[in-house]
Design a protein around this ligand. Sequence first.
Ligand code: FA5
Length: 340
Amino acid sequence: MVESQLESLAQSARERIGAAATAEELEAVRVEVLGRKGALAEISKGLGRLSPEDRARIGKLLNLAKNELEALLERRKQEFEEAALRAKLEAEWVDLTLPAPGPRPGVLHPLTQIQEELEDLFTSMGVVVLDGPEVETEYNNFDALNIPPDHPARDMQDTFWLTDGNCLRTHTSCVQVRGMAKLGPPLRMIAPGRVFRNEEVDPSHEHTFYQLEGMMVDRNVSIAHMLYFMKTLLRHIFGREVTVRLRPGYFPFVEPGFELDVQCLICDGQGCPVCKHSGWVELLPCGLVHPNVLRMGGIDPEEWSGFAFGLGLTRLVMMRYGIDDIRYLQSGDLRFLRQF
Ligand code: FA5
């Protein structure tokens, strides 16, 4: 009687263990059958009421059943654990043989790249690269360039004045003054650098931008020399002939003075916000150095003559790369900068 009860209990437990679909179902079977208050424990409690021979026999059968079911449960449990591990590995699979994304090296700012290119080009032509301070004296920024205090040309460039009477240089032309004092005639120099103007910012105007000054002083320097320099510069930067126009321009430190404009490369001369819908961008004002400037620089204008130009370096970068808003250049936006 007890034997058949035990056998049918064991049989049903075997079937349930085999059919369990999850580790939880398996655990439920274990508690019900093998747990402290489970079915086998119930039968074992009744052993005391049996004769010694039956007790020994049934006790043995109980142990056999318990061992068998425990082994079955353990095997199924392992199967569930292995399946769970396989599923996890499948989900979190990583191909260690794939090449890792390489390190992302930084790049030089496009302004720096073009500045360095131009420095290389001009030094190969025997030109000296000069540097000057961004805080400049009023004398170097204006007076020595033939712009005395009451001269209306002072209003051409809105100036950031400092409380000590100095200013943030409004152009790189002040390095002409330093160059004449340092090098004396004959001289060939360029001076790239940052300049500042108290201006409204728009797609083609920044308050802080870059220029590259050029100056050559020698005997019999003419406009032909100047044009050669500037054409060489533009051909080098654009790698092709670009359409330019030369028109008269007024700057107190040159006579005659010119504006060299390039046809807008953003819109191919059709008109856009960068060229203010004119089709042309002011890029390279220039002229023959005014005798007063040479004289104030300690150079005799009867013996020496020269040309000078003030390239808008930031605008040149815009034209070369087709950048349609000057403000990107100093935005610090890495998405923009990574393109160069
Ligand atoms: C000057 O600054 C003169 N010193 C240039 C010069 C040098 C003339 C030597 C003759 C001989 P201008 O203010 O036009 O000139 O500026 C020169 C160039 O700087 C412009 O053609 C333009 O390309 C650029 N530029 C001027 N203002 C801005 C601005 N706010 N933002 C960006 N670029 C500017």
